[in-house]
Write a protein that binds this ligand. Sequence first.
Ligand SMILES: Nc1ncnc2c1ncn2[C@@H]1O[C@H](COP(=O)(O)OP(=O)(O)OP(=O)(O)O)[C@@H](O)[C@H]1O
Length: 233
Amino acid sequence: MFEVEKINSFYGKAHVLRDLSFSVPHGKVVALLGRNGAGKSTTMKSIIQLVRPASGSVLFQGQQMIGLPPHKIAKLGLGYVPEERRIFTDLTVSENLMVGLQPPRDGAVTWTQDMLFDLFPNLAERRNNRGKALSGGEQQMLTIARTLMGNPRFVLLDEPSEGVAPVIVEQMAQVIKQLKSEGLTILLSEQNLHFAQAVADLAVIIEGGAQVYFGTLQDLGAHPEIRDAYLAA
Ligand SMILES: Nc1ncnc2c1ncn2[C@@H]1O[C@H](COP(=O)(O)OP(=O)(O)OP(=O)(O)O)[C@@H](O)[C@H]1O
């Protein structure tokens, strides 16, 4: 579904992604792992063209993403949930969801508010509360739910478990498994190996913007030396 091939991305003169390659097969969950500053967020931004790679290729269902404007990429069915939560704090939960509404898309689930409230029971209870009244974890869930209102085929989640309470992390894992069972393809960036092991099929580990591992989480489990070298304890 997704092929990232030898991308090189820069911030000014800083060379941040180096010949980075990996793929995300249809219907799978792939975890992008690496330490702080390894280049995970930059990889996501380079896929959706918020950062423009200087070279390389990003194919989504065979179509080249490099050079397309980000809004066209969103229209193709790519949903992006950035690390920083972007909700409208003065709108209610329900109104925030309406902001994300897009027409149905062939080959993707057509989400309704009720379906999303089934998926995120915490949000259902708070549907008439303003965004600013939500906890950090609930805001994170609302950001994901709003992205789903766009009926994406493929979702990029930047550090969904970061800074949220353990009970919410557990719910987040359940949500990701549910989305996978609905046929969604997911790339998530993570520093939490335990979370990745709970939800992902494949892992890409990056260090200094280059790929140092691409394979199953089971195989990674059999290679503690890779974990010790490239992931935070
Ligand atoms: N806007 C920017 N301008 C300049 N340098 C940047 C910018 N954003 C990130 N960087 C640098 O690029 C490198 C990769 O950052 P990136 O945010 O992609 O890493 P990350 O793996 O997502 O880390 P984190 O977990 O801290 O978000 C880091 O050295 C970072 O300091």
